[in-house]
Structures are given as structure tokens and as C-alpha cells.
Design a protein around this ligand. Structure first.
Ligand code: NAP
Length: 265
């Protein structure tokens, strides 16, 4: 039996075990997915321990996504993003991936959103970095707007063709945007949107990385403006699906994995 898992602190609320185990069940893969909660600062040690224990793959969440980079060989994308959320132990040293970037692009593709034209990423933390690199790698022209404008400029300097802005530029940027990604935590467990409702329009596709609640204020506003809406649960699903496929070499069963996720959201 293969053991996969997640390290984070805390991990009690994680939706990954039922999502991955639904995939193993569907494909008849003899595997389990478990959660581990190492102490803060012990992420790299936990990865070394997992390797010793013959764990097949690990997902990594807050607060360990940066520190585990010391214990793995990050691929090019993970190195550029500066964070690893998926580790494959079939290589030595283990390989580190960042599947949040593909989580964004595959979630949009699932909703038939063309990855072309201009994307506005609001937020420049972990999710914002993943979204900006992922969308730029697909050939989109990326604008990054962030509350702390210096962070937006710093990230834009790293991403091909990107430009950084403060949040005050959001209405003007939205007028020319094809895709909007909210990569801030605004809207999480609160009825607030990071962008003004009257700047949204029907030619936009809007992905909200926030998945609690499922229907955020931003997604309600975007739907009312006639935009295509993509809930954060799709990003969560596809970052997991990408990890599943890298680990198992199989095409992941999207429907049962999504059903397991939706049941618990
Ligand atoms: P993070 O690294 O802490 O970054 C937080 C971002 O939000 C920063 O850009 C920060 O701006 C901005 N921000 C925070 N409070 C704000 C406010 N009141 N007004 C405007 N901007 C504000 O967090 P993260 O890991 O990127 O996560 C961001 C969100 O994405 C969270 O809700 C998380 O749950 C979600 N997420 C979802 C998925 C998924 O699979 N769906 C994956 C990863 C993350 P400053 O730089 O100015 O502080």
C-alpha cells in the first residue's frame, strides 16, 4: 500500500484526504492519504522523515511551503514561485512541485475560459505568485495589483511581461482584462469583495481563490455583471488532481474527486 499525505499546521480542516482517497477508490489504487502536523519550523525535517518512512508523496500547506524547499529539488516553476506544495519521493532527492499554478489554469480551462489576453491578479502572496506565473507561462499578459504596492512591483519584475500596481488601479485594469483572479484572503469567512462591483463586466472570467464560503461576494458580484465565475474549490480540486497525476501516473478521475470535495465544503 502506498502512503500519501499532507503536512501543515494546522491540518485538521483539510479536504485533501477525502478528495484523494475518492480517486484511489475509483481507480482501484491501493493507497491511503493521511495528514501530519509537524511543529512550526520542522517542515524540512518532516520531509526527510517521510522519505525515510517510504512515504510516496506529500502535499505541503501553510506554514511549510517555503521551508520544505531545503529538503527537495524544486522544479523550475516551483523555484520561480518560491514555494513547494507537492513532493514526489520517487526521485532522490525528492522533487518539489507547485501545483497551485496549474490549479488556477486548469480550473479556468475546465470552465472553457481561453488563457489568452490580459489577466489581472489581485494579491501577491503565495496564491498570487502561483497565479501570476501560471497565467504568464500560458502566454497571458499579467497585471498584478496588491495592497502593498512594493510587493506587486517585486513580483512583476520576476514574471515575464508583468506589471505591478496598487489596488487603486484595479477599476481601470479591469476594463481591459479578460481574466480576474482574486488571490487575496479578502472574502474568506466574510461578505466582502476585494474589487468594486461596478468595475466588473460580462467579458470577464473571474476565479476567486477563496473557497470558504464557496460563493463569495466577488463571485456574486461577477455573476450579476454577466461574467463567467469559477469558484475557489475548482482551484483546490485541480491543484490536488495535478498532484495525484504526478504521483500515480494515472489520469485523475475528476468527477468522484470533485464530488468528495463538494460534499465536505
Ligand atoms: P498570503 O501569502 O498571506 O497572501 C495574502 C494576500 O492577501 C496578500 O497579497 C495580501 O496583501 C492580501 N491581503 C490580505 N488582507 C487584505 C486586505 N484586507 N485587503 C487587500 N489585500 C489583502 O496568502 P495566500 O496563501 O496567498 O492565500 C490567499 C488566499 O488564497 C487565501 O484565502 C487562501 O485560502 C486562498 N488559497 C486558495 C487556494 C485554492 O486552492 N483555492 C490555494 C492557495 C490559497 P499584502 O501583501 O498587502 O499583505
Amino acid at each position: 500500500m502506498d502512503v500519501y499525505g499532507l503536512i501543515g499546521n494546522p491540518v485538521g480542516h483539510s479536504l485533501s484526504p477525502p478528495m484523494h482517497e475518492a480517486g484511489y477508490e475509483e481507480l482501484d489504487i491501493d493507497a491511503r492519504y493521511v495528514t501530519f502536523e509537524p511543529p512550526q519550523g520542522e517542515g524540512a525535517t518532516a520531509v526527510e522523515a517521510a522519505e525515510t518512512l517510504d512515504v510516496a508523496g506529500l502535499n505541503v500547506t501553510i506554514p511549510f511551503k517555503q521551508e520544505v524547499m531545503a529538503a527537495v529539488d524544486p522544479d523550475d516553476l516551483a523555484r520561480r514561485i518560491g514555494a513547494v506544495n507537492t513532493i514526489d519521493f520517487s526521485t532522490s532527492p525528492p522533487t518539489g512541485y507547485n501545483t497551485d499554478a496549474v490549479g488556477v489554469t486548469r480550473a479556468l480551462e475546465h470552465h472553457d475560459v481561453p488563457l489568452a489576453g490580459r489577466a489581472l491578479v489581485v494579491g501577491a502572496g503565495g496564491a498570487g505568485r502561483a497565479a501570476a506565473f501560471g497565467l504568464a507561462d500560458e502566454g497571458m499578459t499579467v497585471d498584478i495589483a496588491n495592497r502593498t504596492v512594493e510587493t506587486a512591483h517585486e513580483l512583476a519584475d520576476e514574471v515575464d511581461g508583468a506589471t505591478g500596481h496598487g489596488l487603486d488601479a484595479v477599476p481601470d485594469l479591469l476594463a481591459d482584462a479578460d481574466v480576474l483572479v482574486n488571490a487575496t484572503s479578502v472574502g474568506m469567512k466574510e461578505d466582502r469583495s476585494p474589487v468594486p462591483a461596478d468595475a466588473l463586466h460580462g467579458d470577464l472570467a473571474v476565479l476567486d481563490a477563496v473557497y470558504d464560503p464557496i460563493e463569495t461576494r466577488l463571485l456574486r458580484d461577477a455573476g450579476a455583471a454577466g461574467a463567467t465565475t469559477v469558484a475557489g474549490s475548482w482551484m483546490l480540486l485541480y491543484q490536488g488532481i495535478e498532484a495525484f497525476e504526478r504521483w500515480t501516473g494515472e489520469v485523475a478521475p475528476v468527477e468522484p474527486m470533485n464530488a468528495a470535495l463538494q460534499e465536505r465544503l
